[in-house]
Design a protein around this ligand. Sequence first.
Ligand SMILES: *[C@@H]1O[C@H](CO)[C@@H](O)[C@H](O)[C@H]1NC(C)=O
Ligand SMILES: *[C@@H]1O[C@H](CO)[C@@H](O)[C@H](O)[C@H]1NC(C)=O
Length: 339
Amino acid sequence: MGQLLFLLLWGLHKVWGSSDVLQRAFPFHMLQISSFPNSSHVRTDCLAWLGELQTHRWRNESDTIQFLKPWSMGTFSQQQVKQLQQEFLVYRLSVFNDVQKFSKLLKLTYPIELQVFAGCEVHPGNVSESYFHVAFQGSLILSFQGTSYKAAPDVSPKVDVVVQELNKDPGTSAVMQVLMNYTCPQFVRGIIEAGKSDLEKQVKPEAWLSSGPSPGPGRLLLVCRVSGFYPKPVWAKWMRGEQEQPAQQGDILPNADETWHLRVTVDVESKEAAGLSCRVKHSSLGDQDIILYWDGSRIFWIWIWTLVVLGCLLIVGLVCFRRPIWMWLKRHCSYEDIP
Ligand SMILES: *[C@@H]1O[C@H](CO)[C@@H](O)[C@H](O)[C@H]1NC(C)=O
Ligand SMILES: *[C@@H]1O[C@H](CO)[C@@H](O)[C@H](O)[C@H]1NC(C)=O
């Protein structure tokens, strides 16, 4: 894994970004997943995102990194991007070679799943934090910290062999320190600067109420859905007056358009449903909270509509099938039935 270390952060420490004081933190994360079904194959896919927005993708099938946002290059020039692609191709190959080497040395069995999770966050005042973690078969095995690799606590002694091997090469450690201390924070300042308006956009949620499957006789499951908002932090509660009601809040899940959605449900006695409201606060709304009242008559109207639709179907049926129905009636209600 000698070079594993590397390039990850793009080897472009010549790039200097500048930035105003940031209003919010936008951590930059990269995830690399390398799957080795056997000793001769590997599939490597990478994803990177800044705050909540996906910025880069690199598929195994492709020789080029995809820049997913117009500002994903940050302050890079075309020339630097070219160099970057090249370094990544070398890196991808080196991961493959290193894993082959260590699997022989340590008699590891395939399939092997390797994940690298790395990134950094810049804070106001030119302060930054970087991290670089490696997981093997889904468990953290080692990290780069300060000036060297360190094994994670409670791992197999084999990991110590890997760590010792990696730390033997002072060149790798120097490259890692530059990447983590300088390159990553500078790159991230650059893309935050370039992507500021996208990152700081505010998209208002929409909210609506419905009822879910009844949790039991005489009970109602009221569902408040909030969708289409950005950024992610949101506050949504079922209320009675100013009183929060005990409710079940789901995870905040992504929509395809980089906004979020959320479902909050409350299980109540049917007769207590009236007067409940769902209240939503979000930065895009200022102090204009969304408040939706549960209206019991909604259920009444659903019933009316159901009856109307059934009535129409019945009439249509009678009109279209009057002949067969008439025949059937004739056959089954013959004269002898009539006293
Ligand atoms: C931030 O720190 C780096 C070195 O750590 C320095 O080169 C750069 O000029 C600093 N930027 C600002 C805005 O102070
Ligand atoms: C990078 O930062 C670490 C502390 O996190 C420090 O120990 C190390 O000396 C720094 N290396 C360089 C090259 O600045």
